[in-house]
Design a protein around this ligand. Sequence first.
Ligand SMILES: [Zn+2]
Length: 451
Amino acid sequence: MFKLIGICLISIACMAQNDSMIVQKIYRTALNNGKSYENLRSLCKDIGNRLSGSSAAKMAVEWAKIKMENCGLDSVYLEKVMVPHWERGTTERAWLRTNTGNLIPLHILALGGSVSTNGTLDAKVIQFNRLNDLKKANPSDVEGKIVFINEPMNESYISTLNAYGEAYPVRGSGASEAGKKGAIAVIIRSLGTSISDFPHTGTMHYEDSIRKIPAAAVSTKDAEIISQFINKQAINIVMELNCKWFDPVVSYNVIGELKGSKYPEKIITVGGHLDSWDTGEGAHDDGAGCMHALEALRILKVIGYTPLHTLRVVFFMNEENGNMGGKTYAEIAKKNNETHIAAIESDLGGFTPRGFSYSCNKKNEKFSQLFLQTLKPYQLHIFEKGEIGVDTRPLSDFFPDIELYSFIPDSQRYFDIHHNPNDVFENINKRELELGCAAVGSLLYFIDKNK
Ligand SMILES: [Zn+2]
């Protein structure tokens, strides 16, 4: 009996030692011979931002296919996705006018999906400090005005993602709530954590039965200025947006695979989204996530690891304004009778890795402990149930037992650059990006080996 326990303990210790050696190899390859930083530079600088339906998104698909092919994966292919096509247009201008002769230009961005102003709007402004206050407002106070929602992100959360989740409805449904009360347009305070001149865009939705009114975000600094004036006197805002909707177009998810040696029919997906908002370069959101995913597979191949399951890297299309890539991927997986056991998504930026959140029905404690123990020297400390990514979530509709994981980097600077012109390659730190690749690669290895 004691002898048997002794043998078991020795074999567990050997397994842990083997895991440690492989994880060390993954980290060393990412830091010494990584390709993620140069690949991300090329994506950001040779292509730039790449909203679904744009020619830049089309070029990004071609680019991604070539990059995957160069990694020596077993197969690389495109998966057709119909995506919505909205364009910002060339005119975005707004200014504030006071009764006392002040004219102040505003930094403004149309929210993704907004209708145009159809010429120039010039109207009195009514301010609400919360979306909920607008919901309770008397329509006669709002009719014919531009609604300004000045709801800041809550600074008291440690993870800025919680604050973002809470403030999200301001951007998502502000236009419909203002439209219900008879407003002619809505302007929101950008969903950002710093006070800056840069407005943040992002998707918004119209309720079917409500009149569609133009929707835009002003920078947080401008939001403070508007608020200071409006608290003292009546103001007008003049604004023009000429954004436009077009017919849906054909685009693609880009997919690469390493075939499993023992369970080739069982698939583990790792991915990020290739599309980005049309400001900045989509460096953190989500060029970094795509690099994490591709580099994870490339590193496992470079270190000579033979996967047991089929490992599949997916660059999803259209996460930002429709999630058609994620939905289509799941639907086709189901249609093809595939077996999906796990998926990892990275879509929270390329900052210093902290760990992973997961959502699954099965008990995960033993796996969590083993992972955390092995990854402790690499300063990963979060491994807990929590939010999962937008692209991989549809898989759980068809594969109820699938384990979904989301990469968690440090979140403190993400909402300084999220969906705004600062999301550029210059704001990527090489080591932080490479550590993220190694963290995702390590989890991929652990899932492959232990599930
Ligand atoms: Zn994203």
